[in-house]
Ligand binder design. Structure first.
Ligand code: ADP
Length: 438
């Protein structure tokens, strides 16, 4: 038994013994015992009051009641709890301090927001990148400080983890990349990174590709002109004409590459707003494309089937969507044996997104190539692709077009079974087809 409890038991024993002796001596046995027990209860009650006032006064060590017995037990337990809570608090404060220090040391701006956008905390980088000031801005709504409409929209509607590019409110030259992350139960973490250098490098690369392509076009046109003249010259020998023919083929290939590089540059250098574009009846567009392909002799009648939802129209840029359809269909024809069956599907996916799928039962592609197919100049079989007039830029263009229309491309393929290229666009681009839109 615990020492204090046995002390309490002894105390009760002595009190009762005193009561019994007093009772026997005064021949008032029960009243004497009742009196002694009453005195004991009053004394315990007094001890309890002292304990209560000691707790209320903040458990000061100097005022610890000298209780003994069970109360001594309670006091030492309370002390133990107090000390371990104090230790826990200290550790938590240390941990918080370390977390805060590391968040302060981050080069990225970090801002903790409520779900309604009020600023609760931010680090030093947020002061430099966003111009926030603790005294002025804590408790303010962030969209009152970063006033660009697209930021306000981002805050309200952004799918978490999505990225937004902004110019810094402090300096137009600084490009910021913002992300929002759900955090805790009802908090948002806004992280902002300075991506000016990356943007600048990208811009230089895009400008270089665009300028180089433009510059190559002129000499190539001159070369083609002279080659045309020489090949038309009746005086040239058959051997020379064969060589000119090869040169003309290579010139065409170079022209194709340059044109596709310029198309890619154009796509990269301009942005498409969420609802920008015209209403396109994809079902009609696909059927017309198939007719054109058959008429041009690239495919046989019945080789390509179209399964399309006639009521499903797409808001998009006509030349871009046509180029996307062309690229996927020509790929299915070009990279597979003649008479490969091809199916074009236009439908709404399970999530409601409008999707175009081009499926073929051709040769298929090995798994290791799939994730790289949309890279510029990536080909599964370079020499074969070049021979068939491929530039290696078609799927890169397709990917850019889908992304500009708020979507993504999904490629699946099994060697010997066939391939499927599915482009899904933003749900907001769906529109019911009305009348005879084309
Ligand atoms: P290319 O100009 O060579 O067609 P793309 O970027 O359009 O360039 O395609 C990249 C590569 O993907 C092609 O070289 C080809 O190897 C492969 N590919 C594309 N579509 C298909 C398909 N339907 N079936 C088999 N291989 C394909």
């Amino acid at each position: 038994m615990n020492k204090n409890i046995s002390q309490e038991a002894w105390r009760l024993f002595w009190v009762l013994s005193a009561g019994i002796i007093a009772g026997l001596m005064t021949s008032q046995f029960w009243p004497a015992i009742a009196l002694v027990l009453l005195a004991y209860c009053i004394w315990q009650l007094r001890q309890l009051f002292r304990l209560d006032s000691w707790i209320q006064q903040g458990l000061k060590r100097s005022q610890t009641p000298n209780a003994g017995g069970v109360l001594e037990n309670i006091i030492s337990n309370v002390y133990r709890l107090k000390t371990s809570r104090k230790r826990g608090k200290k550790q938590l404060a240390q941990l918080l301090g370390q977390y805060r220090d590391s968040a302060e040391a981050l080069p990225d701006a970090t801002v903790i927001l409520t779900t309604t956008g009020e600023i609760q905390w931010f680090n030093e980088a947020a002061e430099t990148l966003l111009g926030l000031q603790s005294r002025r801005d804590l408790g303010q709504r962030i969209d009152n400080l970063l006033r660009e409409p697209k930021f306000r929209k981002f805050l309200q509607t952004a799918k978490r983890q999505q990225e937004l590019r902004l110019t810094s409110p402090l300096d137009n030259e600084i490009i910021l990349s913002c992300r929002l992350i759900n955090y805790g139960q009802d908090k948002l973490l806004l992280t902002v990174r300075d991506v000016s250098i990356r943007e600048q490098l990208n811009r230089v690369r895009r400008e270089f590709v665009s300028n180089a392509s433009h510059e190559l076009r002129t000499p190539l046109t001159v070369i083609r002109g002279y080659l045309d003249v020489i090949s038309a010259d009746n005086g040239s020998t058959d051997e020379l004409r064969d060589k000119i023919c090869i040169l003309l083929e290579q010139t065409t290939q170079m022209e194709n590459i340059i044109n596709e590089m310029l198309t890619l540059s154009r796509l990269e250098n301009s942005t498409l707003e969420a609802g920008e574009g015209e209403t396109l009846c994809m079902a009609q567009m696909l059927r017309q494309l198939v007719l054109d392909v058959i008429q041009s002799g690239r495919a046989e009648t019945g080789q390509i089937t179209v399964t399309a939802d006639d009521s499903l129209c797409l808001i998009g840029m006509r030349p871009e969507i046509m180029s996307l359809c062309n690229n996927l269909l020509y790929n299915a024809l070009q990279h597979n044996p003649a008479q490969t069956a091809i199916e074009l599907q236009w439908f709404r996916s399970g999530s409601g997104a409008p999707c175009l799928a081009v499926n073929d039962d051709g040769e298929g592609i090995e798994q290791q190539h799939l994730s790289r197919l949309t890279e510029r100049f990536y080909r599964v079989d370079s020499s074969r692709s070049r021979e068939s007039g491929g530039t290696g830029l078609g799927l890169a263009i397709v990917k850019h077009i889908v992304q500009r229309h708020g979507g993504y491309i999904d490629i699946s393929s099994t060697p010997g079974v066939g391939s499927s290229f599915t482009c899904c666009f933003a749900i907001s681009r769906v529109v019911e087809c009305a009348g005879d839109k084309s």
